[in-house]
Design a protein around this ligand. Structure first.
Ligand code: KGJ
Length: 427
């Protein structure tokens, strides 16, 4: 009999034996699980692991083991399981399989069977250990390394080495960490200003993560940057006689993509946030930040009439006196004040921010994706629902037109390009 036929036939018995051995192992070690898996889940997990081993044996390749093992390690990391325990299920399965295969086969067949199983589980253990260590080292020194822990699904490399993907022609990178996707703004030269390439990159990243069945997304700046985003790329704002924040502006398209993404998007803010980047942060579903974060909305520095949809985003999140202070002064709000004014959900130590945010995202990713998608959409529709008469809307647009047709608006853009203070005349 072939190894694969033996494993397929003995599946139920093997699962029973492995589950019992894992339970004994946990009791003996008195493991303090933060989220102990239910017996049913444990059974399902073991059966799945066994099926993957079976697939590796059938295909004669350890490749199918890599991604699920990274996922297992990521889940264990999030569940707070100690590093010494990450390979436990692999070891126990290996021990049980060895025993069974050694009993069932002899001679060369036995050597071949043990070799196949060892190859698969060895690769799995290796991938799991690498992933766990990579996550743990980032949690210890967050923001020090590449932006996101890597990577399950199609984003992982075939060699088991985690990596992030750079989207073609966009200063945006993505990674998937189990069911959590990470989108990373990565244009240090321009301080993550959002032009068409950046905005289209974020939209493409969301589409890509959605196709991966990611169930929560973290939006962040690349490691080591002290500007989260400098807002709209001012070089790409139209110079007069045209709505600077029209419906088709790529940045507006990006905001809509985030707001209608059918899973939670968490803005993880390390560094300063300017102008439309604050609209972006507020368009995310939750905000985590560390003490380096600050938030400014700056159209008054440019003479730019903010768009009505954008103002509604602010109205949906903040009291009107706070909105007015922020828009009228353009002054950055420090992280403590932002927390006090409920702009931030969680203010976390820098050293904790990444691990905290990933855990928060993973928690949401473990809940019912359908319920969350529906509730998010309900909230979006309800908060966007602002019936106004056509006449009123036309009046608002007329007022805005006066501002973006004005010489003050041109002066704001010119002053920025010339790196000087603008001189506004109110006309
Ligand atoms: N658009 C285009 N280019 C930008 C932007 C931007 N928003 N922000 C920075 N840059 C460019 C600068 O012109 C520099 O280009 C380079 O990025 C580094 O910036 O001179 P170059 O090298 O060719 P800088 O100023 O030398 O960096 P830092 O000294 O580190 O200062 C970072 C700041 C973020 C504080 C500073 O760059 C800044 O104040 N940027 C503008 C922030 C802002 O007000 N953004 C809001 C844009 N307005 C809106 O989004 C909207 C819609 N609005 O209504 O206001």
């Amino acid at each position: 009999m072939e190894t694969s036929a033996f494993l397929a036939g003995a599946q139920d018995r093997l699962v029973d034996e492995v589950v019992a051995a894992i339970e004994r192992h946990d009791q003996a070690r008195d493991l303090a699980w933060h989220h102990p898996p239910s017996p049913e889940k444990r059974r399902r997990d073991v059966r799945q692991l066994l099926r993957i081993v079976l697939r590796c044996v059938r295909e004669g390749s350890a490749e199918p083991m890599i991604t699920p093992s990274q996922q297992i390690a990521a889940d264990r990391f999030v569940a707070g399981v100690a590093i010494t325990e990450v390979q436990a299920a692999f070891n126990i399965l290996q021990e049980v399989l060895w025993r069974q295969l050694a009993d069932a086969f002899s001679g060369d067949q036995r050597i071949e069977a043990l070799g196949l199983v060892n190859g698969a589980l060895g690769t799995g253990k290796d991938a799991a250990a690498r992933t766990y260590v990579s996550l743990a080292s980032r949690a210890g020194s967050p923001l020090a390394g590449p932006p996101a822990p890597a990577a399950a699904g199609a984003l992982a490399t075939s060699g088991g080495q985690p990596r992030t993907d750079r989207l073609a022609d966009a200063p945006v990178r993505i990674a998937a960490y189990g069911r959590v996707g990470v989108i990373c703004l990565d244009d240090a030269r321009k301080r993550n200003a959002i032009g068409a390439r950046m905005a289209h990159g974020v939209v493409a990243a969301l589409a890509k993560l959605r196709a991966q069945d990611v169930r929560a997304v973290v939006l962040r700046a690349a490691a080591g940057q002290d500007v989260w985003s400098a807002g709209h790329d001012i070089d790409e704002l139209p110079r007069g006689k045209r709505d600077p924040l029209g419906y088709d502006d790529p940045l507006e398209e990006m905001l809509r993509a985030i707001r209608s993404f059918p899973a939670p998007v968490v803005a993880m803010v390390h560094g300063t946030v300017w102008g439309a980047a604050l609209d972006l942060v507020l368009s995310c579903d939750l905000v985590t930040a560390d003490e380096t974060a600050s938030f400014a909305i700056t159209p008054a520095n440019l003479g730019l009439p903010y768009n009505t949809t954008g103002l509604l985003h602010f109205l949906g999140r903040l009291p009107i006196n706070i909105i007015k202070e922020m828009f009228f002064t353009a002054a950055p709000l420090d992280a403590g004040t932002a927390k006090e004014w409920l702009l931030i959900n969680h203010l976390v130590e820098s050293s904790e921010l990444e691990a905290f945010t990933l855990r928060l995202a993973e928690n949401m990713a473990s809940k019912s994706p359908m319920a969350i998608a529906v509730i998010k959409e309900q909230l979006r529709v309800l908060t966007d629902y602002q019936p106004i008469a056509a006449q009123v809307y036309e009046r608002i647009q007329g007022l805005r037109r006066q501002a973006y047709d004005s010489s003050d608006y041109i002066e704001g853009l010119t002053a920025f390009a010339e790196k000087r203070q603008p001189v506004f005349r109110g006309a």
